[in-house]
Design a protein. Structure first.
Length: 234
């Protein structure tokens, strides 16, 4: 019984192999040729509309030319109010006079002189968040300026007679270059842009001399963060 079963199975295998060999003959190549194009058809190139949407630059809506139903709430500023008056009224809210315009240095945006608009702005969560970030930034800059003053007492680097804000600017530029992994040899390519509305920069050698100070400050900050995590873990 077992022998007859094995002979039946072997005969089925032989018949399957023969069918496969017949299918692989030149006359039957139409089956395989039909399968390959169907697979390649799935790998279609992106349509032109998709590429156009990705490359299209975002633009603002065109200005309204028709007649408005009502005037905008902030069409004009009150003529009887000056910028200095609003700055004094909201003292401590980081509002400044920028070319006779009311400007929020925390949110970096221009404001109207209308009392309701200024009040809504300074009471917003956005202004409160940006004011906190700016205070933290200024506190950090004071710490860097104090640490750099102690560093200069030991090293006496070039440019130590410059104002504190000028030296702090150079430190911030070098720190940004290092974080972005941009070689300081390319500082000449950015000089016109960086010096357009700010202080002057030294040459590549002078900027490179600030790296030891920045490295030591980064190490001190990492140590402080590690000590803070250890104190919280206990």
């Amino acid at each position: 019984m077992a022998a007859s079963t094995l002979s039946t199975v072997s005969s089925d295998v032989v018949e399957t192999a023969s069918d496969a060999s017949e299918a692989s003959e030149p006359g039957s190549s139409s089956v395989s040729s039909d399968v390959v194009p169907s697979v390649l058809n799935r790998l279609r190139a992106p349509s032109q509309s998709v590429l156009v949407r990705k490359r299209k630059a975002r633009v603002n809506r065109p200005p309204h030319t028709g007649e408005r139903k009502r005037k905008p709430a902030c069409s004009t500023d009150p003529k009887s109010v000056r910028v200095v008056q609003r700055v004094k009224e909201f003292f401590g809210e980081m509002l400044i006079d920028s070319g006779e315009r009311l400007f929020c240095s925390a949110c970096r945006e221009e404001l109207s002189l209308k009392l309701s608009i200024v009040k809504n702005h300074v009471e917003s969560a956005k202004h409160s968040r940006h004011k906190t970030l700016l205070n933290e930034k200024r506190s950090r800059e004071k710490d860097i300026a104090l640490a750099f003053q102690m560093y200069e007492q030991e090293v006496h680097s070039v440019g130590e007679s410059l104002p504190e804000t000028h030296k702090l600017w150079r430190v911030k530029v070098v720190t940004t270059f290092l974080k972005a992994e941009v070689p300081l040899g390319k500082v000449e390519m950015f000089r016109n842009l960086l010096e357009e509305h700010a202080y002057s920069l030294s040459d590549r050698r002078g900027m490179s001399d600030l790296i030891p100070f920045i490295r030591s400050e980064e190490q001190q900050q990492i140590k402080a963060e590690m000590q803070g995590k250890r104190s919280h873990s206990f």
